[in-house]
Design a protein around this ligand. Sequence first.
Ligand code: SF4
Ligand code: SF4
Length: 56
Amino acid sequence: MAYIISDECIACGSCESECPVGCISEKDGKFVIDASQCIDCGTCAGVCPVGAPSAE
Ligand code: SF4
Ligand code: SF4
């Protein structure tokens, strides 16, 4: 299991600094989650203003 960020992402960057394992990074103007590191905590979904991250 891992969270994924949908195309709704407006690249605000809020989730990147909140992720406890630092597995969110910017790529080509959107933010992406490294599924191999994600611990499924849901923090990114909680801070995102547009609801882009969701459980896979
Ligand atoms: Fe990071 Fe948690 Fe979001 Fe996974 S669910 S990307 S560990 S904040
Ligand atoms: Fe994208 Fe939401 Fe993360 Fe902002 S908080 S960078 S909109 S996924």
